[in-house]
Write a protein that binds this ligand. Structure first.
Ligand code: SF4
Length: 435
């Protein structure tokens, strides 16, 4: 196939990494569309002539995936199937100088705060009046809402502040306006995201404003579910949980990355919290919202981690019985404070430890899912796949959590809610029937 250089440009955006990156790609798409430029996300066909790769630079595996994707696109350009390849996002922000000389075939590199320059390169103008308007890449009924950018924390392992800068909150007015706009266009569920949700407001309002923001968002008519991702545990403002209890459309769901449970590791990771403090916090959260679904993320193989530390983490999981757990193997990132430590655990051992921890969680997850059999839940239908409907309860977020698989002879519309009784449960998924 020939490139489209003689025709009108068509831009394909490829997004790697997390939901925050996805939102950036959606904002870029919205800006291009407003400039009357043909734009598509993750185009399966090769009928575009320009590619923007929005990269991730969080850990080794993500960097590798980003570089492979760039190389694939460069190879298409060399075969004459693309006119231009541009790269943006975290990897580009962090390693632009090295990458420019290593992959000179890329036409231009952009950092995370350079959207106007990227648009200029694509013959588009940045339209500030579009604040919050974006082309969703998710199904019509749910969307992510990024409430702030960057992070002021100093977790030893984390490269995110290097790529995303200091915490910058968006104003409540903008966020409410955006939520209203999304709901008007069919969104039923909004997932609040940020590098660190609980810090929201401290920069622009000089106090933590997440509880106020939640109340304002919960007032948006037609918004059925609001879900909270990525809350930092140290000095966690419990008012957030009070609002969750008071407002029906805030899901009883909290994603709170804890990273570890051994005090040695928490201290080395600079998490500003101890195991006992975390236990007290979890107890307070559960007492305020009984039945709340708690999700956490952990790291295995941080420098100096001992077998005893891993045992402590496993005991903590058995005690706290989280509903959902994700785990990463530690990645030794330049320019983080942990990089000064010796990365003394071999990769295979890191993986083995992560696996060991997940085995503990797998059993807990299976037991918790079994307790749901026979109970009825409100389920949001996400899609139809292989003749079955796939949905989620308020206790499950998109992609990372359980799915509810529903066989139904009647037609169920994606974006609609049904009541379903759970008939079967597995480690990480449920089966149900509409009642
Ligand atoms: S709070 Fe999260 S984003 Fe911020 S430094 Fe810690 S791990 Fe990184």
């Amino acid at each position: 196939m020939k490139s489209r250089s003689l025709k009108q440009d068509k831009v394909n955006i490829i997004t790697l990494g997390c939901s925050k990156n996805l939102v950036d790609s959606e904002v870029l798409s919205g800006q291009l569309k407003a400039n009357n430029i043909d734009v598509i996300h993750e185009n399966g066909k090769l009928d575009h002539n320009i590619v923007v790769v929005n990269t991730c630079g969080f850990i080794d595996k993500a960097k590798e995936e980003s570089i492979n994707t760039i190389l694939d696109q460069v190879s298409l350009k060399q075969k004459g199937r693309l006119d231009k390849v541009y790269v943006t996002g975290c990897l580009s922000e962090r390693y632009r100088n090295d990458l420019e000389s290593e992959i000179p075939e890329v036409d231009a590199w952009f950092g995370t705060l350079e959207l106007p320059f990227l648009l200029k390169q694509l013959n588009a103008d940045y339209k500030s009046e579009l604040l919050g308007e974006r082309l969703l890449s998710t199904p019509k009924h749910y969307a992510y809402l990024k409430i702030s950018e960057g992070c002021n924390r100093t977790c030893a392992f984390c490269a995110i502040p290097l790529m995303r800068g200091q915490h910058v909150s968006r104003t409540m007015e903008d966020l409410v306006k955006e939520a209203e706009h999304l709901v008007k266009n069919g969104v039923k569920e909004i997932m609040l995201i940020a590098q660190e949700l609980t810090y929201y407001g401290l920069d622009i309002y000089k106090k933590r404003m997440l509880p106020d923001l939640l109340n304002r968002l919960a007032d948006v008519e037609g918004l059925e579910w609001i879900r909270l991702h990525y809350a930092y545990p140290s000095k966690f403002p419990l008012e957030i949980i009070d609002v969750m209890r008071q407002r029906d459309n805030i899901c009883n769901y909290l994603d709170m990355p804890l990273q570890h449970a051994s005090d040695n590791m928490l201290k080395a990771m600079r998490r500003n919290i101890t195991r006992n403090e975390m236990q007290d916090l979890l107890q307070a959260v559960r007492e305020t919202v009984p039945g709340i679904c708690l999700r956490t993320t952990l790291i295995a193989g941080f420098p100096g981690e001992t077998k005893d530390d891993i045992e402590e983490l496993k005991t903590f999981l058995q005690r706290e019985r989280f509903d959902r757990v994700g785990i990463f193997s530690y990645s030794h990132e330049e320019n983080t404070s942990a990089h000064d430590l010796v990365d003394n655990i071999p990769p295979a051992e890191k993986e083995a430890r992560a696996q060991e921890v997940m085995e503990v969680q797998q059993e807990i997850s299976y037991e918790k899912n079994q307790e749901k059999v026979g109970k009825t839940f409100k389920v949001l239908i996400d899609k139809k796949e292989a003749g079955r409907y796939i949905g989620r309860t308020e206790f499950d977020s998109v992609e990372v959590d359980n799915e509810v698989i529903i066989q139904s002879s009647g037609k169920l519309m994606p974006g609609s809610f049904v009541n379903a009784v759970i008939t079967k449960a597995y480690d990480y998924d449920l089966e149900g029937e509409v009642v």
